[in-house]
Design a protein around this ligand. Structure first.
Ligand SMILES: [Zn+2]
Length: 117
C-alpha cells in the first residue's frame, strides 16, 4: 500500500494549527491582488508544496511554501515582492511537508497584526 503524502501533510499541518483550504499557492491573493500568469513572483523556485491554509487559532488565511532549500537572492526577491504587495513574511522550521527536510515561508496579510505570525 502506498503512502498518502498529501494526507500526511494535511495531518501534520493540522497539528501545527493550520487547516488546508486549497492548493492555491499565490500569496498575492491574500492581499486582494491577482495572480499574473508568467510574471507573478509566486512562480519563484521557492514555491514548493505551496498551499493555502487558515490558522485554527484566529481563522486568518495564510499561504505557505515549503522548499527544501533557498538561495539568499531568491529569498530576497520573494520577501521584497511580498512586502511590496502588503504581505508580511515569516520563516520557520516547523514545516509540515517533510519535517527536518524542508522549512516554511508563510505569507500573512498585514491585517494579521504584529503578533500574528
Ligand atoms: Zn501569483
Amino acid at each position: 500500500m502506498s503512502r498518502d503524502y498529501q494526507a500526511e501533510h494535511r495531518a501534520r499541518a493540522d497539528d501545527l494549527g493550520l487547516r488546508q483550504t486549497s492548493i492555491g499557492s499565490c500569496p498575492r491573493r491574500l492581499a486582494g491582488k491577482r495572480h499574473v500568469l508568467g510574471e507573478c513572483w509566486c512562480e519563484s523556485r521557492l514555491n514548493d508544496h505551496g498551499r493555502r491554509y487558515r490558522r485554527t487559532r484566529d481563522d486568518k488565511p495564510i499561504v505557505m511554501w515549503e522548499p527544501y532549500d533557498a538561495y539568499g537572492r531568491d529569498l530576497t526577491e520573494v520577501i521584497s515582492a511580498a512586502e511590496a504587495d502588503g504581505l508580511r513574511v515569516h520563516i520557520s522550521g516547523a514545516s509540515p511537508w517533510n519535517p527536518g527536510g524542508t522549512f516554511c515561508i508563510a505569507f500573512i496579510p498585514q491585517s494579521g497584526g504584529p503578533d500574528a505570525a
